[in-house]
Design a protein around this ligand. Structure first.
Ligand SMILES: [Zn+2]
Length: 416
């Protein structure tokens, strides 16, 4: 037999279309049915043409529609289109040849950008409808919902309002990887994109925080992100590890026992004695003097909180690197944030959308976070708390689009 699938398909499709089979079937089932069976179409994003995976999903839905319809159910099988969000914006930014959001706003402007986005989704919409037609899918394109239309958006707000009224919507923080260039957060998948980790130079800073009320005892801490000292709220030690109080001159520095020799060697300190050892757990709850209370009034206020600027025990503290004493900035790190959240420690995240410090950061107000590194180092030096600062090269994640160094930030979010 001479089997020509394309011709047979065409013949059947034309029969369906000429005789309005789909419309008739739906109209009939709306009036004559044994029940209602339906779902809301999960809308594909109109930022590209459908691929074979989309076709597979749509054919499955179509089979389900036909099967239930033949069983006698009325199945409203209506299309829906996701028209917004980063996928569409990125597609259009690529088309316009702009590198980031600021360039987009300056060179293109918001209104034209929105118009271009609409043009793009309409172009892809034609492709999708044609693909559905060729697949013989009985989805109702006329009743499609579009996420960019006002009536859809208004309904979204109504849902949110209801959720808020019922106490289902909560405002809070979550720590996200954030690109200062694109001014948007990145998903963890995006942070892991190939080529996003590059070798960069950062400060390698050893500094001291004084144990409150002590004469000469200090925690020795290491960081590659000095700016996070602005948002520091806790120190963490490992509960199971042994910590040493190391006599250096007339001071005692607290650090994990097993790292004393390598750290002293790195710092070029030859004269030191391990004066005493204690368990990590015994350090829990110790208060330390946060050094920038005069520069950051908000930190002085937070300092009065019973859990702020104290030592906590955390299993994630790595005792095989640096000093085994980690400073925690819930506003700038995911583990830090979770450690704060489980203890009810507040989050201090004084950053605007460009990752510049806000007025809450006092003397640091208006400075881009990563540019504050040098100022933080200088302020530590003035206070006699700087032990050593060098530069290291290490692998650090950058934005896969704009190649800016990413910053981890606690951002205000809503949780449903
Ligand atoms: Zn970026």
């Amino acid at each position: 037999m001479d089997y020509r699938p394309l011709e047979i398909e065409k013949e059947i499709r034309e029969f369906w279309e000429k005789n309005r089979i789909r419309e008739k079937l739906m109209e009939y089932r709306e009036k004559n049915n044994v029940g209602f069976s339906g779902w809301v179409e999960g809308p594909p994003t109109l930022n590209g043409i459908p691929h074979v995976g989309h076709a597979r999903g749509r054919v499955m839905k179509d089979l389900w529609f036909r099967w239930k319809t033949m069983m006698g159910y009325f199945v409203p099988f209506w299309a829906g289109w996701d028209c917004q969000g980063l996928p569409v914006e990125l597609e259009v930014e690529k088309l316009l040849g702009v590198k980031n959001k600021r360039e987009l706003l300056e060179r293109v402007g918001e209104e034209r950008f929105i118009e271009e986005c609409k043009k793009t989704i309409m172009r892809y919409h034609r492709e999708w409808v044609e693909a559905d037609r060729k697949l013989g899918i009985f989805i109702d394109q006329d009743k499609a919902y579009w996420t960019y239309l006002d009536n859809y958006i208004e309904r979204e707000w109504q849902y949110l309002k209801r959720a808020w009224e019922q106490g289902l919507l909560e405002e809070g923080y979550y720590v996200v990887a954030y690109c200062p260039g694109c001014q948007t957060s990145l998903s963890s998948a995006e942070v892991g994109y190939e080529g996003s980790y590059v070798e960069v130079e950062d400060p390698s800073l050893y500094f001291k925080f004084k144990v409150a009320g002590s004469q000469n005892e200090y925690f020795l801490v290491w960081t590659t992100m000095p700016f996070t000292i602005v948002t520091d709220l806790m120190l963490a030690v490992h509960p199971e590890a042994e910590y040493a109080k190391v006599q250096v001159g007339n001071e005692k520095w607290i650090m994990v026992r097993q790292r004393v020799e390598p750290v002293m060697q790195e710092l070029g300190i030859e004269k030191y004695v391990v004066a005493e050892t204690v368990s990590g757990r015994s350090l829990e709850g110790l208060k330390y003097d946060y050094p920038f209370k005069d520069l950051i009034p908000k930190q002085a206020e937070l300092d009065r909180h019973p859990l702020v600027h104290r030592v906590v025990c955390e299993d994630f503290v790595d005792v095989n690197t640096a000093t085994g004493v980690v400073h925690l900035s819930p506003g700038n790190g995911e583990e830090d944030f979770l450690a704060a959240q489980k203890r009810g420690v507040p989050v201090f995240a004084p950053f605007d959308d460009e990752v510049k410090f806000t007025e809450e950061a006092g003397a640091f107000s208006g400075i881009f976070a990563r540019d504050a590194d040098a100022m933080v180092v200088e302020e530590l030096r003035k206070r006699g708390l700087l032990v050593s600062v060098k530069t290291i090269r290490h692998e650090y994640p950058t934005c896969w689009r704009s190649h800016h160094k990413l910053v981890w930030l606690a951002r205000r979010e809503y949780f449903l």
